[in-house]
Design a protein around this ligand. Structure first.
Ligand SMILES: C[S@@+](CC[C@H](N)C(=O)[O-])C[C@H]1O[C@@H](n2cnc3c(N)ncnc32)[C@H](O)[C@@H]1O
Length: 438
């Protein structure tokens, strides 16, 4: 087989897109799995290698800094070396010689002049083995290297959550993400679904409409194609269930793409409507595709517009329920999108907070008295979660906190922060508010 069809070459191409071109790992992985014919074993190896190298990128730089100048090495050559040393240090079933040989073959295709260099570095790294992190004196830097995290992230989480919780979160990120799905109750109840397919699925412990696939690729399954299932983290499913949606509700989904929560809210309706906003035609097309597959066209209307222009787009409409699933730094997704930690910094968190507050202020004007406003984000930082809700409520005296109906951490609270170690879900935040009756 030509090296260009090999799983490690595809891994190299995928990682180039993620670590050099800064694309999202989940989208890149989906693309390769859809477009290349790989055996089940190769699909698993491809996914493990791509996620593993992405997760351990900082640690691999630390390992390699003994043998080469990381910043001065060609980025693609560095990547080939990292894929090989990740296999040597972190995957026990792959013989070192296989990892080295494939790295050399890939170097011949990508940068032939570097074959000797790559071979020499890999032999040195193999002889040296993994460097002990205990040689790092600074405790923040030591923890950062143990879990391959940027220093600022470790310091920030230690500061906000304490060292024990931070370590528990990082430790939990080493677990594989689960294949979490939502049952489209418009087509089949979760009980019926599980009774039929209990060999492959088990119920979510925190979402009444969630199931976990025990293994395999779900998106090609007949139940997925038939629109009985959609991919959605269990934590995100708690949004739709906590909005207490009733027939005839007119709902605004302010930041809707790709439509995970739009379709969840819509599955409870046959007469009301969800107005789903997002900013680009491409994103609206993805929402429509999901709405179509799940058979929910009758109850969803999409709007390609900035939600900050809601006053102009829908000037006279008031909603029964509003969801603001806001754009955020995405640090709750570290297990599923480990590259998030490289592509964002503290300043992004502050600018996300400003946009989140602007969106809440804008939509608040369009909620009916007594209506519910749910604010959610897939992050774990106070600035984008609690602080946004506190600032909003301070400036909006006609709003108050309302009680959640489904909350794995304790019934009838108004705010729920899930961390990645609590139930092995994404890190996710929900706050439920209500506009006071006039
Ligand atoms: C966290 S994602 C939403 C995920 C979605 N609710 C779901 O469950 O599938 C945030 C979305 O907000 C959109 N967005 C960002 N700024 C926006 C704005 N000013 N108006 C409307 N949508 C916006 C982004 O394009 C992105 O798709």
């Amino acid at each position: 087989m030509s090296i260009k069809n090999s799983v490690r070459y595809l891994t190299f191409l995928a990682l180039e897109e993620i670590l050099i071109d800064q694309r999202y790992s989940n989208q890149v992985i989906d693309y390769y799995l859809k477009n290349y014919q790989l055996s089940d074993a190769d699909r698993r190896l491809f996914t493990n290698l791509v996620y593993g190298v992405t997760f351990y990128d900082l640690r691999l730089n630390f390992e390699l800094s003994s043998f080469l100048k990381v910043a001065k090495t060609d980025a693609r050559v560095l990547l080939i070396i990292k894929i090989a040393i990740f296999q040597m240090f972190y995957l026990s079933k792959i013989p070192d010689y296989a990892a080295v040989n494939e790295a050399i073959e890939i170097t011949k295709v990508v940068k032939r002049g570097n074959v000797k260099f790559v071979t020499a570095v890999l032999h040195q790294a193999r002889r040296a083995g993994l460097r002990p992190v205990k040689e790092i004196k600074d405790p923040i830097k030591r923890e950062a290297m143990t879990y391959s995290m940027p220093d600022w992230l470790v310091a920030k989480l230690n500061d906000q959550l304490g060292t024990a919780k931070t370590e528990a979160i990082f430790q939990s990120l080493l677990e594989k993400p689960r294949i979490s799905l939502r049952v489209n109750t418009k087509k089949i109840s979760r009980d019926e679904f599980l009774a039929r397919d209990s060999d492959f699925y088990e119920p979510s412990k925190i979402s009444p409409v969630g199931v976990i696939a025990k293994n395999g690729s779900v998106v090609h399954s007949k139940e997925f194609v038939a629109g009985e299932l959609t991919v959605q983290d269990e934590s995100s499913q708690l949004v739709g269930v906590n909005l207490s949606i009733k027939e005839n509700d007119v709902i605004l989904d302010a930041c809707a793409a790709p439509g995970g929560k739009t379709t969840h809210m819509a599955q409870y309706l046959s007469t009301g409507v969800v107005h789903a906003f997002d900013v680009t035609p491409k994103k609206i097309a993805v929402i429509k595709e999901n709405v179509n597959r799940l058979g929910l066209n009758e109850v969803v209307e999409t709007h390609c517009a900035d939600i900050l222009d809601l006053d102009q787009v829908m000037p006279d409409v008031s909603f029964d329920k509003i969801l603001v699933d806001a754009p955020c730094s995405g640090f709750g997704l570290l297990r599923r999108k480990p590259e998030v930690k490289y592509n964002h910094e503290t300043s992004d968190i502050i600018s996300a907070k400003c946009l989140q507050l602007d969106i809440l202020k804008q939509v608040a004007l369009h909620l009916k008295p007594g209506g519910l406003l749910l604010y959610s984000t897939c992050t774990i930082f106070k600035e984008e979660t609690q602080e946004v809700v506190e600032d909003f409520l301070q400036n909006q005296p006609d709003f108050k906190l309302a009680k959640l109906t489904t909350n794995p951490k304790g019934q009838r609270e108004s705010i729920l922060q899930l961390y990645p170690d609590d139930y092995l879900t994404d890190g996710f935040f929900i706050a439920l508010m209500q506009k006071k009756e006039a």
